[in-house]
Design a protein around this ligand. Structure first.
Ligand code: NDP
Length: 333
């Protein structure tokens, strides 16, 4: 195993704002290990929309300097000398979900780290982890989708959207997917959507009602937020569920709950980090996800592996709706 350097490349922010606040450094000190932590040399860092919320100030960082990034794939290069290690050791290929991913090395509590199956090719772990687990928990726990159910997925060509289409296909759902361009709709179909609607140019509600025989869908998976919230409510069937799980277009306006009574609608604002809290949950959901990926030979859709030094371009592309699938960062560049 290569020796561990004194300093590393990484990206920090010292205030919130636009992409100009992202500072790429080449001389950051390596994180110090605490009890029950492992030092991971990150090979691929996953970019997620939530990173832009912490950068912009929509979500509080709790202090500065702050290192963005919530997931990565890499190798354990050192383990703490005390604390519960759950069998993790130097040399293990792992994925992890925690904080502080935008760097060459991260100290991660072992409760947040899992080994990757040997058969999983490089990049697949980082591409699948956070967005795949989000999709899995949304369709299993937030609203359990059954074979033959009609559901609606917004921004279906995005990172999370494509995982939703893939996992819904494996369940046998009738998935109506929305996206803003014909190219994105084609990707949603490739990922497993059974019907597609361009929400920039078509009447989504009319088409959903036509497809479902005027019943509406039993669940809407809405990561777009402000601009689709009312539309999502209008597309639901009686007793349907609106899973409002993100704010890509801005946070939805406050809701008068009486609006839900028209169709006895269930509304949830789920976050992955409240579905996966302890290590047992992380291990069991990750195992289930990677088992599906391997069994169904699911290929992650990777938009681009950006050099970490070009993280501002990655954020601009994501927020500018220029991307499809997963964005990764290579911390060595
Ligand atoms: P995506 O790859 O899906 O990118 C966002 C997509 O949203 C865009 O490509 C675009 O697709 C669509 N979009 C619609 N309106 C806008 C807008 N005004 N500005 C920008 N994008 C817009 O990102 P992620 O997969 O990383 O995240 C998707 C959503 O899921 C986010 O809201 C994120 O916060 C949420 N999320 C929530 C989690 C949770 O635990 N609750 C976990 C993971 C993700 P198009 O051009 O087709 O409209």
């Amino acid at each position: 195993m290569a020796s561990i350097p004194q300093t590393m490349k990484g990206v920090i922010i010292e205030k919130t704002g636009g992409t100009e606040v992202l500072q790429h450094k080449t001389d950051l000190p390596l994180p110090q290990l605490k009890d029950g932590e492992v030092l991971v040399k990150n090979d691929y860092i996953g970019v997620n929309y939530i990173d832009t919320y912490f950068r912009s100030g929509l979500y509080p960082t709790g202090g500065f300097p702050y290192t963005l990034g919530r997931e990565a794939e890499g190798t354990i290069v050192k383990a703490a000398s005390s604390g519960e290690l759950y069998g993790l050791k130097e040399g293990d290929r792992v994925v992890w979900m925690h904080v502080g991913a935008y760097g060459e090395y991260t100290a991660v509590p072992t409760t947040k780290v899992v080994k990757i199956p040997d058969s999983l090719p490089p990049k697949v772990g980082a591409s699948a982890l956070l967005q795949g687990l989000t999709a899995l928990t949304l369709i299993r726990v937030a609203h359990h989708v059954n074979k033959g159910d009609w559901v609606l997925v917004h921004a279906a060509a995005g990172g999370t959207g494509q995982w939703l289409c893939k996992l819904l296909k494996s369940v046998g759902a009738n998935t109506i997917a929305t996206a803003s361009t014909p190219e994105k709709l084609a990707l949603a179909t490739k990922a497993g959507a059974t019907h597609v609607i361009n929400y920039s140019s078509e009447d989504v509600k009319a088409k959903v009602m036509e497809l479902t025989g005027d019943k509406g869908v039993i669940a809407v998976f809405d990561g777009v937020g402000k601009s689709t919230f009312d539309l999502s409510l209008s597309c639901l069937a009686r007793l349907g569920s609106l899973l409002s799980f993100g704010n890509a277009s801005g946070a939805p306006e406050p809701l008068t709950i009486a609006r839900l009574s028209a169709k006895n609608i269930r509304l949830m604002r789920p976050t992955l980090f409240n579905f996966i809290v302890d290590r047992d949950e992380l291990e069991s959901y990750t195992k289930e996800l990677f088992d599906i990926v391997l069994k169904d030979k699911l290929e992650p859709s990777i938009h681009e592996v950006y050099p970490l030094s070009e993280v501002a371009r990655a954020h601009n592309d994501l927020e500018g709706r220029k991307t499809t699938g997963k964005l990764l960062l290579d911390p060595s560049k």
